[in-house]
Design a binder for this molecule. Structure first.
Ligand SMILES: [Ca+2]
Ligand SMILES: [Ca+2]
Length: 189
């Protein structure tokens, strides 16, 4: 019986730690967030939806903040996609001679502004960049010999690498942007 009580105490302790792990790093008085529709200055219109969907899901799943309407929220998040660049990344000697490029780098610059709606303070205003690699030969990302998200795992080793080249690059970048925003929200300032 004593053992069982101790076990319960230990369990409650760990459950509390888990629950408060994010809360402890959030700004004082902030428990909810509203997310404005993503402002997208690029012609890659799917970016907005992908980022919004992934970000909202992560905030809910990780129990970071309650998502609510702007009018009843402690804070507001504005995401602006500033630009998208695509540039040739890898040339082989022969291919340069023939003017071919077999890898492209897609790079998206975005800005995140997080505002405390109670005090009017800007908690975070940060510009970042995320990128992905894709092939020009229309191979599936799972079979292109490229580490598309630059995480050290290639093709079948990496569950994030699938789909048509450009489409996959947009998806990978959207995921990276969402992850970066989550990291920024729960980081100390
Ligand atoms: Ca990879
Ligand atoms: Ca790949």
């Amino acid at each position: 019986m004593i053992f069982r009580n101790k076990l319960i105490v230990v369990l409650v302790f760990f459950m509390n730690c888990g629950y408060y792990s994010y809360k402890g790093t959030l700004p004082v008085g902030i428990s909810s967030i509203s997310i404005s529709s993503v402002k997208n200055n690029t012609s890659e219109y799917t970016l907005s939806n992908l980022i919004n969907e992934k970000l909202s899901n992560s905030i809910i799943e990780d129990n970071i903040l309650r998502i609510s309407e702007f009018s009843s929220s402690d804070s507001n998040l504005e995401i602006e996609i500033l630009n998208l660049k695509e540039s040739p990344e890898v040339y082989s000697v022969n291919e340069v001679a023939f003017g071919n490029v077999d890898q492209w780098k897609m790079e998206v610059t975005f800005n995140v502004k997080w505002k405390n709606l109670i005090t009017g303070d800007i908690i975070l205003d940060k510009k970042s960049k995320k990128w992905a690699m894709y092939n020009t030969s229309d191979l599936d990302m799972n079979n292109d010999n490229i580490d598309n998200d630059l995480d050290g795992f290639i093709d079948s080793q990496d569950s994030d690498e699938f789909g048509a080249p450009r489409e996959g690059a947009v998806r990978i970048i959207s995921n990276k942007i969402s992850e970066q925003i989550i990291t920024d929200l729960i980081s100390n300032w």
